[in-house]
Design a protein around this ligand. Structure first.
Ligand SMILES: Nc1ncnc2c1ncn2[C@@H]1O[C@H](COP(=O)(O)OP(=O)(O)OP(=O)(O)O)[C@@H](O)[C@H]1O
Length: 322
């Protein structure tokens, strides 16, 4: 099948720094692709480039094609025709993306009127159907964003993103603001919608274990580059790059389980702030806390030595905070 999205040797420079260094991947209609990497690896910049929303001063090079169209040749008018319509995005924090002054039903109806040019009554009816599809009833449509739970707000964001019938949906850490029990539900909803509508889905995350079940292919990013890519099962099995191994080790072994082990070590447990700053447990190879955890569960550190243990711990800490 011909690609819906082709990204080839994408490079982004900003403020004299090369932030994206030759990223390539493609996405077919109906396919789900996970773009995964730690904070600062360039995931959001990639998404912003695909939406024509890079910060002012950013220099872009490479090739970006969407449905056969050269995105780098678009002017602002061209981007407006694509953005929110054929390419839509779900952001990580729905509270900042929703208008706090309007009922959510109206916010879902708006793109239906503006982009699909539906009359007001038809837009309202279609908004109701979209909200029902993401699991929200008529009562929810009448509420303001602050009157909904985090999970409900993210469902509203998904309904808004779907309103114009996009061919490509970009979901940038769509479950970061949600607790663990809701994360899976929202990801399953997205996967179901992709299958139903034949859209392409680019799922951005720092959490390999969370999205691996939902995406067919993975691109693993590290410091502005893809360090591994391929079908999800193949990437998980071969663990070709040390960073892929560190990402994989981060959650299953160090997520909730890690917190429990930490709590089980009285007198050696640094507060979360200390852990982040490196005080209390300074990440020295012979740190007693690390040594104790290694003794209980040697696998995470056995792979790449202490340097990667630090990386796992950081990823685990971010999840723990989330
Ligand atoms: N507006 C900006 N000005 C300067 N540098 C930026 C800007 N936006 C991002 N960067 C830098 O670009 C790099 C990649 O950032 P990006 O936001 O794409 O990372 P990310 O992988 O999405 O991280 P996170 O998971 O924390 O959102 C980082 O080093 C970041 O500091």
């Amino acid at each position: 099948m011909s690609a819906l999205l082709e990204v080839e040797d994408l490079r982004i420079r900003l403020g004299g720094l090369e932030l994206l260094r030759g990223l390539s991947f493609s996405l077919a209609p109906g396919e789900t692709l996970g773009l995964i990497g730690e904070s600062g690896s360039g995931k959001t910049l990639t998404a912003l480039a695909l939406m024509g929303l890079l910060p002012e001063g950013a220099e872009l090079a490479g090739r970006l094609r969407f449905a056969g169209q050269d995105l780098l040749a678009l002017d602002e008018r061209g981007w407006c025709a694509l953005r929110g319509g054929r390419i839509a995005m779900v952001f990580q924090e729905p509270m900042t993306a929703l208008n706090p002054l309007h009922r959510v039903g109206r916010q879902v109806a708006e793109p239906l009127r503006l982009q699909r040019r539906l009359p007001a009554a038809a837009a309202q009816a279609e908004a109701g159907r979209l909200l029902a599809r993401v699991g929200l009833d008529e009562q929810a449509a009448q509420r303001y964003p602050h009157q909904l739970s985090g999970g409900q707000r993210q469902r509203v964001m998904i309904a808004i993103a779907l309103a114009a019938g996009p061919q490509l949906l970009i979901a940038d850490e769509p479950t970061t603001a949600l607790d663990a029990s809701l994360q899976g539900q929202v990801l399953e909803l997205l996967a179901g919608l992709v299958a139903e509508r034949g859209m392409g889905l680019l799922m951005i995350s720092h959490d390999m274990a969370l999205i691996a079940r939902q995406v067919q292919r993975l691109v693993v990013m590290y410091a502005g580059q893809a360090v591994d890519s391929g079908p999800t099962a193949a990437v998980l099995t071969r663990q070709a790059h040390p960073y892929t191994r560190a990402l994989l080790a981060a959650r299953p072994r160090l997520g909730v389980g890690r917190g429990q082990r930490l709590a089980a070590l009285p007198g050696q447990v640094p507060a979360p702030g200390e852990l982040r700053a490196g005080a209390g447990c300074s990440f020295r190879p012979r740190c007693p806390l690390a040594a104790e955890i290694c003794r209980q569960d040697p696998a995470p550190v056995a792979v790449e030595g202490h340097a990667h243990w630090i990386r796992c711990l950081r990823a685990g800490e971010a999840l723990h905070r989330g």
